[in-house]
Design a protein around this ligand. Sequence first.
Ligand code: 13P
Length: 261
Amino acid sequence: MHPQRTAIIGGNWKMNTDRASGLALAGSIARGVQELHNAGKRVEVAVFPPFVYLPLISEALCAASSRVMLGAQDVYHAERGAFTGEISVLQLQDVGVGTVLAGHSERRHVIHEGDDQINLKVRAILHHGLRCVLCVGEKLEQRETDQTNTVNERQVRLGLRDVRPDELDRLVIAYEPVWAIGTGKVASPEDAQDAHRHIRAVLADLFGKDAAAGVRIQYGGSVTAANAAELLKQPDIDGALVGGASLKEADFMAIVRAAAQ
Ligand code: 13P
């Protein structure tokens, strides 16, 4: 983590939680983050509940005047219209969402979203002034055949096509190797750093070195309270996108505390 960048931790709840457990989780995270801020610590935190609970969690975070940002796990790129089952950026904004994931590995590989569709989402999110977390990462067979950097580079370049330099302050990249997601197999800090350094080099090629230095790159994939600190020590790892461990308040807050500067 570079001191010039504020660490950012996201809790991606995926298709987990219900009304009661989501509310309880959001409430305790809001209290934990408030305590850190009261102690003068600097860290950004976002939670990504399932779509149907967004208004509920939004109201709970607002009622607590929380600094925790509300995130959505996905979005459709069009503003409105005949797109059954989809949700637009405007609708997300309307219920208090400030940050949106695009291209999560489960959307790419389970729902089969392609880079062009992901790029449309990235542009729609940034166009409407929200923060976008573009997720990239290689599959196991790609890692084993030395394609990690090539895959990440392609996903970053295609995902960010036609993104303007003035939108970069709202962009976060999440490097999530597919083989590490939900498997308990975390990338070594060195391997993760190597991938992050390469992603930052691609950003520098696209937008210039200074702009690239300002973009935060999160690591995701089996992050736990036990391994977060070592990962976050790496110079190009600016935070974490957490799945399983984000569903337990104590585990998630331990990761947030490890990131607080
Ligand atoms: P896990 O932390 O459960 O491996 O999930 C990571 C992830 O996909 C976060 O978006």
